[in-house]
Design a protein around this ligand. Structure first.
Ligand SMILES: [Fe+2]
Ligand SMILES: [Fe+2]
Length: 401
């Protein structure tokens, strides 16, 4: 079946340019064009659209508002922003408004690559068994409202910590949970933090934003009453993996954007486990088999349900519109060699951090790590493992305190 793509740009010449440039794609794609957000919304109400590629600055309803509406009305449509400004992309990059970003001018090949990669990830996730599970549990949690509000105010270049803090403290229960989390031994803060403003200045707004996403998502799910302990252990494990992964990223001299991606992907990497917990009787069956035969949870997921927590988590975060660089990490964190990679990425950091988080030996032996060795050999990173372990075992220790 053809992919249907809607282009939105208020500049008629730009639209004509797309038409010429993408003429040869007509075999694979159904193309739609709109010169305003309003026209785009009309086209979406009358046609089945798979992908929207929109400009940002437009008179009347701008691209940000348009994509916000698409996220709400048609969450299944993949959203791509095409902008002429690197700065604009930088700001939007950390929001859930778009799945991908393209910088103008870009050629047909770039558009083709971005669309096809996104589409492939989405198609992969439309596995029948996964969809049956998702449909069976009813409504998936939506992006927490507070997270979206934070995104909105953080889009302003001159937003102050005070403003961010005021917004969050409107909700006393989340504020208490954030303070409890940041005061846990994990963060190794020099002293007890007693108010949110301090927490923000110690850890930065992006870290706090990821923690909110994590706390709100975890608390919005209904869990079997006997799974509380398991659920808390996933929470602690996720924080530990995020810390280790970020440290590995620092050692590898990743830039700030990548470190933020690594942290948020680390925190959310096992979120699919919570989705699977919503499947009736799954938890009891899984626990019985794990304790009886000491089987690995991921093998059991596959055996009992036909899907893994990687796919369930990636599906949900994909629908929420988290950037595909993060969704990819969630979807492949146990088997990164399943995707094509040439470099160290957030996926590398989280994959290794996950394995290191379970490593309890006094001395280092890479063979005891549950790693995708083909992947690491291919990237020439095996020799780095010991250094990464040595520099991150301090987090293990604080987690055990
Ligand atoms: Fe996992
Ligand atoms: Fe994990």
């Amino acid at each position: 079946m053809k992919i249907s793509i809607l282009f939105v740009d208020d500049d008629k010449d730009v639209i004509d340019g797309y038409k010429r440039m993408l003429f040869s794609m007509k075999k694979y794609w159904d193309l739609y064009f709109a010169i305003s957000s309003e026209e785009a919304l009309n086209l979406m109400s009358e046609n089945k659209i798979d992908v929207i590629i929109s400009d940002m600055k437009m008179p009347g309803m701008d691209g940000t508002t348009l994509l916000g509406k698409v996220r709400e009305l048609y969450p299944q449509i993949l959203r791509i922003i095409l902008s002429g400004h690197q700065d604009e992309i930088k700001i939007i990059r950390s929001t859930t408004l778009a799945h991908q970003f393209l910088l103008k001018p870009c050629d047909a090949n770039q558009i083709k690559k971005v669309v096809e990669n996104l589409y492939a990830l989405r198609k992969n996730l439309e596995n029948e068994k996964l969809l049956a599970i998702i449909n069976g549990i009813g409504q998936l949690p939506t992006v927490p409202a507070l997270y979206l509000e934070l995104e909105q105010i953080m889009n302003h270049p001159d937003v102050s910590l005070e403003r961010v803090s005021k917004l969050i403290t409107r909700d006393p229960s989340i504020t208490a949970k954030i303070l409890q989390t940041v005061n846990s031994a994990f963060f190794g803060l020099p002293r007890r933090v007693t108010n949110l403003l301090e927490a923000l200045s110690f850890l930065g707004t992006n870290t706090i934003k990821s923690i909110i996403l994590y706390l709100e998502t975890f608390s919005s799910m209904d869990l079997p009453p006997n799974a509380i302990e398991y659920y808390e252990s996933i929470g602690n494990h996720s924080l530990l993996v995020a810390m280790i992964a970020k440290e590995i990223g620092k050692i590898e001299k990743c830039d700030k954007q990548m470190l933020d991606d690594i942290y948020i992907a680390g925190i959310l990497h096992d979120i699919g486990k919570l989705i699977l917990l919503q499947v009736p009787h799954y938890f009891d069956r899984m626990i019985a088999l794990t304790s009886k035969y000491g089987r690995k949870p991921i093998e059991l997921e596959y055996e009992l349900l036909g899907v893994t927590h990687e796919w369930a988590g990636a599906y949900m975060l994909g629908i929420w519109g988290l950037p595909s660089s993060i969704v990819e990490v969630i979807g492949f964190h146990h088997q990164p060699s399943k995707i094509i990679a040439n470099d160290f990425t957030a996926l590398t950091a989280v994959h290794v951090a996950n394995a290191l988080s379970y490593y309890k030996e006094e001395t280092f032996d890479e063979k005891k790590l549950d790693l995708d060795f083909d992947y690491l050999i291919n990237l020439n990173l095996i020799s780095k493992l010991e250094l990464w372990w040595d520099s991150t075992k301090k987090f293990q220790e604080s987690a055990n305190e």
